[in-house]
Write a new protein. Structure first.
Length: 174
């Protein structure tokens, strides 16, 4: 998606986020605009080398007063508003991916599968993006499910014929 005014986009997308404190929401808008200006950069680099601003971004994400879902929900609300203004057809494009982490935090996450990742932990993520057909533009993410598979749960695929469909991992994504 082409963003011509990063500050305006960030305010429209996250300015209504409910993070328990207006200062957190303001910080989210500021950091989001910086990242939008430099989408290929790390958070630290997007903050232009300003150590205090980068540390503030990291503290915001680690803040226990709200969950990551609150940030996603603000973005999804903006997507829903944009979709309501669309006169034409919308496509809901879905995809699943894994986010895996090989460092110490991996122990606290779930099993993402595969022999190479046996020492990694992470999440499964299933996202849905709304796309405006007439304008040929993505509107933004509308839903996202994040899930951690319990560690040590391997080998259950062999019993798939005996389990009810509702008990299978694939049912989660319906």
């Amino acid at each position: 998606m082409f963003i011509s005014d990063e500050d305006r986009w960030a305010l429209r997308t996250f300015g209504h986020a409910e993070l328990g404190d207006a200062r957190r929401t303001s910080w989210l808008v500021r950091i989001s605009a910086a990242i939008a200006r430099h989408p290929r950069f790390s958070v630290d680099a997007a903050c232009g080398g300003n150590v205090a601003e980068a540390e503030g971004a990291h503290r915001l994400v680690r803040n226990p007063s709200f969950g990551a879902g609150a940030i996603f929900d603000a973005g999804a609300t903006s997507t829903a508003r944009a979709a309501a203004q669309e006169p034409g057809d919308l496509l809901a494009l879905e995809d699943s991916t894994t986010l895996s982490f090989p460092h110490s935090v991996a122990e606290d996450l779930g099993d993402v599968g595969g022999e190479r990742s046996s020492k990694k932990g992470g999440w499964w993520v299933h996202s849905t993006l709304l796309f405006a057909v007439e304008k040929q533009l993505p509107l933004g993410p509308i839903t996202q499910q994040r899930w951690c598979r319990p560690m040590g749960g391997r080998g259950r695929a062999k019993q798939r014929r005996e389990r009810a469909y509702e008990e299978k991992e694939s049912f989660k994504w319906e």
